[in-house]
Write a protein that binds this ligand. Structure first.
Ligand SMILES: NC(=O)c1ccc[n+]([C@@H]2O[C@H](COP(=O)([O-])OP(=O)(O)OC[C@H]3O[C@@H](n4cnc5c(N)ncnc54)[C@H](OP(=O)(O)O)[C@@H]3O)[C@@H](O)[C@H]2O)c1
Length: 347
């Protein structure tokens, strides 16, 4: 093994306990391992940046979901971007920048038989930066794009409401809906986020749900009702929007972050009969179902970034994997402003 590789240590964060309610520091365990030279067909990746996602909270729970839970003692699952340090696989060269699911650790060693299954793929940094590849060009961008376009099916002149508007998914949804000719109303927490989506992203309006009455805000800013609601938060905000939907409205159930830390059961919408009255539909989506079409969406979104029609805002936390336990809760307190990224190493 080259001496440089032999001296490397892989610092990792593992799941130590299944949280009740909000995630705590004691739910994590720090470990370290030597970094090994990959065997024939394998790839060794140095992690540059990790995607911190609300879904991580769900992956910590026992029970059936769209993906198995992270096992106790396992390295915490995380998407990320890295650089190939050593490739013994013909599909990759040393120095390639790749996307995939390295987990919360500094080095990702992918054995030959897992290279295909791991989803590791080369990315083109001419289309966007490492952080943009975790945001608009990455999983959140794909979620916003396909949720809006496939399920929402926006038409020019329609009114689109998106919650979590200043977050990773929300910023893509609102900007793409504007490009497609819709009236876009965001819902976000606090004056700074609301001002940003209107002034910088060009949304028509934004309702600060922390300042008060979402119902009144919807009435004021959606005078023709709501045709598409892209729901990132669930809870009372979903009920408020259901009360304003139009006939044949489409509601995309992307997430329900207001419910992820409940100690009891998830609380569903009370106003669901509005779907009946308005012949509307509500449909869940999981981004991974669109994986084969990511290249098409990436090409379109990269074009908008390049010609200035779209912006991509990331909130980058420094400090490497050791900073992960303190960074993740920011998603649930709303402290993140833009896509939450954990920087692990210099690009
Ligand atoms: N279905 C899929 O395939 C898929 C894929 C990716 C993400 N998602 C979902 O999409 C949603 C957004 O994810 P993201 O990565 O873009 O996160 P994000 O919006 O960048 O960050 C989370 C934001 O949620 C808001 N929030 C937290 N607690 C809240 C509450 N109780 N009520 C209302 N808002 C609250 C906060 O913004 P404020 O400051 O505005 O409150 C916070 O900044 C999540 O529900 C996530 O699970 C789904």
């Amino acid at each position: 093994m080259p001496t440089a590789l032999a001296s490397l240590v892989n610092h990792q964060v593992r799941l130590a306990a299944r949280p009740q309610g909000m995630v705590k520091p004691s739910d994590w365990q720090f470990t370290e391992e030597p970094v090994a030279e990959p065997a024939e067909g394998g790839v060794l990746v140095k992690v540059l940046a990790l995607s911190l996602d609300p879904a991580m909270r769900g992956w910590m729970n026992e029970g059936k979901s769209y993906i198995p839970p992270v096992g106790l003692g396992e390295v915490m699952r995380a998407g990320g971007i890295g650089r190939v340090l050593v490739s013994r696989n013909p599909a990759f060269k040393d120095g390639d920048t790749v996307t995939g699911g390295p987990g919360v650790q500094e080095y990702w060693s992918i054995p030959a038989d897992q290279v295909k299954r791991s989803g590791v793929a080369k990315i083109d940094l001419r289309l966007g930066t490492v952080n943009q590849w975790l945001n608009v060009l990455g999983m959140p961008g794909m979620t916003g794009y396909f949720g809006l376009m496939d399920i929402g099916q926006p038409k020019p002149g329609e009114t689109v409401v998106v919650s979590g508007a200043a977050g990773a998914v929300g910023q893509t949804v609102g900007q793409v809906a504007k490009i497609k000719g819709c009236r876009v109303v965001g819902i976000a927490g606090g004056p700074a986020k609301c001002a940003w989506v209107v002034k910088e992203l060009g949304f028509d309006a934004c309702i600060d749900y922390k300042a008060g009455d979402v119902k009144a805000g919807l009435k004021e800013h959606c005078p023709k009702g709501v045709d598409i609601y892209f729901d990132n938060v669930g809870g009372d905000i979903l009920d408020a929007v259901l009360a304003r939907i139009n006939r044949k409205a489409r509601i995309i159930i992307c997430g329900a972050i207001s419910q992820y830390n409940n100690e009891g059961a998830v609380v569903g919408p009370k106003n669901y009969l509005s779907l009946l009255v308005n012949r509307a539909r509500m449909e869940g989506m999981v981004v991974f179902d669109y994986a084969e079409r990511y290249p098409q969406a990436i090409a379109e979104l990269a074009g908008y970034l390049k010609d200035g029609r779209m912006k991509s805002k990331e909130d980058v936390v420094d400090g490497g994997v050791a900073a992960f336990p303190a960074a993740l809760p920011k998603l649930f307190s709303g402290e993140n402003f833009g896509k939450l990224v954990l920087k692990v190493a210099d690009a």
